[in-house]
Ligand binder design. Sequence first.
Ligand code: SF4
Ligand code: SF4
Length: 57
Amino acid sequence: MKVDASTCMRCGACASVCPLNLIEVSDAQVKVGDKCTDCGACAKACPVGAIEIERKI
Ligand code: SF4
Ligand code: SF4
């Protein structure tokens, strides 16, 4: 997944739904661990649509 940093408001909703707990939200940025499966859970949870999923299938 990719986060559009200009849209993201660092609310943390994505971090709380990631099944693999890979998302770290700080004041400056949203960081994603490299084991992301592009499952889409974070994108669905994001209230401003800042997350883009790049499916690997
Ligand atoms: S796409 Fe799924 S695995 Fe990847 S960061 Fe979002 S919730 Fe986590
Ligand atoms: S849910 Fe969306 S707006 Fe909130 S921290 Fe994650 S990417 Fe940013």
